[in-house]
Design a protein around this ligand. Structure first.
Ligand SMILES: Nc1nc2c(ncn2[C@@H]2O[C@H](COP(=O)(O)OP(=O)(O)O)[C@@H](O)[C@H]2O)c(=O)[nH]1
Ligand SMILES: [Mg+2]
Length: 462
């Protein structure tokens, strides 16, 4: 008997048409990516249906035979003891299918017909990605940009639903000339257009604001708050590395929807200065054109970081092109001046030990300063941890501070902002040898030596 509380997984089927001009490798890698994207939405992709066709079926994307096959799967569910096998009949010991995910963007009417034919919710590739962006957009600019894309995507689909809403709707739009139904649709269309225009104005205004935000970010770093952002393609291992670096592996092990956790955590073991690591929305190989702007704006959050880790799947044959695209996009969003380390991950996934060593050497030669590692090897994660900490320490200064007995309340400040190398009690107070950010040290000195401020005051009062 199962007594532990477990979150219910949502099961999804995946379907795709392979067109004649699409190679098997390309097709497979797109499907793998879709499954990975589905996972970030909390779906477990249990079964994939593929069909080779010269074109998508105009009515329902897939052919009739395939539709029947899927609908049987949806009707009976899957066996709970073998999660990728169809059940013979619905009932006890079966799991329900919650959605069918389609690896292309399909038209509103295709989606509608497909839903009717298979008997469950249908999400196409664009909708899956939009949902991920929606969940990951944190800044106002990113949220506005994603809403524009959602409106553009949803509007024709809502119209489609309204059109099929029954005889009433049809009757109204059918009353010759400009029927009531039609003007209603036009009204909706205008509303959507107005809203999009409004959002676009907001975005322009926010662009100005962003410049100030960057200045603020630099100031924050001066206070000893350091951010690292992980960027790179979906499936490169960003979230895995993030969990390993922040010690949250244990925490999420029992949690099914781990990937939904958003995603800023302190480096663990903790360091001084304290380093915050954040995950970003991954690049997508097959990104629908209409989503490019939203993607870039969600990525812009990486601009807040003091250091970017560009994670690359070293075992992916297409990594070079992905690396170039990432570089270009980072440049486009103005992240060029943020220091960056290339992290070739998944080296454990490249052949045997000799092959791994050869590949490592080649990568290190081709990309000087890069890190080659596996997020699954604790010693590699530890080394990455050390590299990050070193990065934030390179600008640190070493100095001595005297904390007078009368100012012991500032003791906490010292430990929070500096690494204390030595401490000693003296007649006048506690003496420290510390390392810290120059700006943080300057502030501390000011607080600790009110005398200097007093002298300044005298000077000004003369
Ligand atoms: N073999 C191997 N697999 C890895 C490594 N890092 C991540 N993975 C796997 O690659 C898949 C994608 O990882 P994930 O962290 O979700 O990638 P993200 O999309 O970049 O966040 C998961 O199945 C991970 O378990 C690694 O270093 N070696
Ligand atoms: Mg991830």
């Amino acid at each position: 008997m199962q007594t532990e509380v477990k979150e219910t997984p949502r099961y999804a089927l995946v379907a795709a048409v392979q067109l004649p001009n699409v190679s098997d490798t390309e097709f497979e890698s797109s499907l793998a990516e879709l499954r990975e994207l589905a996972k970030t939405l909390g779906f477990q992709a249990v079964h994939t249906f593929v069909q080779k066709r010269n074109s998508f079926d105009r009515t329902a994307y897939l052919g009739v035979g395939k539709l029947e096959e899927i609908s049987l799967f949806v009707k009976n569910g899957i066996r709970s003891d073998a999660e990728d096998e169809p059940a013979q009949a619905p009932g006890e010991g079966t799991f329900e299918i919650d959605a069918l995910l389609v690896d292309h963007e399909i038209s509103p009417s295709q989606a509608r017909n497909l839903e009717l034919a298979v008997g469950c919710q249908v999400m196409d590739r664009t909708m899956v990605i939009l949902e991920i962006f929606h969940r990951n957009a944190r800044s106002r600019a990113a949220r506005a940009q994603v809403e524009i894309a959602r409106l553009g995507y949803m509007a024709p689909r809502l119209r489609e639903a309204a059109k099929l809403a029954g005889p009433q709707g049809r009757q109204r739009s059918g009353t010759g000339g400009r029927g009531a139904g039609e003007s209603h649709t036009e009204l909706d269309r205008r509303k959507v257009r107005d809203r999009i225009a409004e959002l676009q104005r907001e975005i322009i205004a926010m662009e100005l604001e962003r410049k100030t935000q960057r200045a603020r970010r630099l100031e924050r770093q001066g206070h000893g708050l350091c951010g690292v952002s992980l960027v790179g393609y979906t499936n490169a291992g960003k979230s895995t590395l993030m969990r390993a670096l922040t010690g949250s592996e244990v925490l999420v092990a029992n949690k099914l929807f781990a990937t939904l956790d958003t995603t800023v955590r302190a480096l663990y073991p903790e360091s001084v200065p304290r380093v915050l690591v954040s995950d970003t929305v991954g690049f997508i190989k097959n990104l629908p054109h209409g989503l490019v702007a939203s993607f870039k704006s969600t990525l812009e959050e990486a601009l807040d970081a003091a250091l970017l880790l560009h994670v690359i799947d070293a075992s992916d044959p297409g990594f070079e092109r992905q690396l170039e695209v990432t570089d270009t996009v980072l440049q486009e969003i103005g992240a060029d001046d943020v220091p960056r380390i290339r992290v070739f991950n998944k080296i454990d996934h490249v052949g045997d030990e000799a092959e791994q060593a050869a590949w490592r050497a080649e990568l290190q030669q081709r990309y000087p300063g890069c890190v080659v590692m596996s997020a699954r090897r604790p010693e590699d994660v530890q080394a990455m941890h050390a590299t990050i900490v070193d990065f934030f320490r390179q600008d640190l200064e070493e100095t001595e501070l005297l904390l007078p007995w009368s100012a012991q309340q500032l003791r906490g400040e010292i430990f929070q902002h500096c690494q204390v190398l030595e401490e000693r009690a003296e007649d006048a107070g506690s003496w420290f040898r510390v390392r810290g950010e120059p700006e943080a040290l300057r502030k501390l000195r000011e607080q600790l030596d009110p005398g200097s401020r007093g002298r300044e005051k005298e000077y000004w009062e003369q």
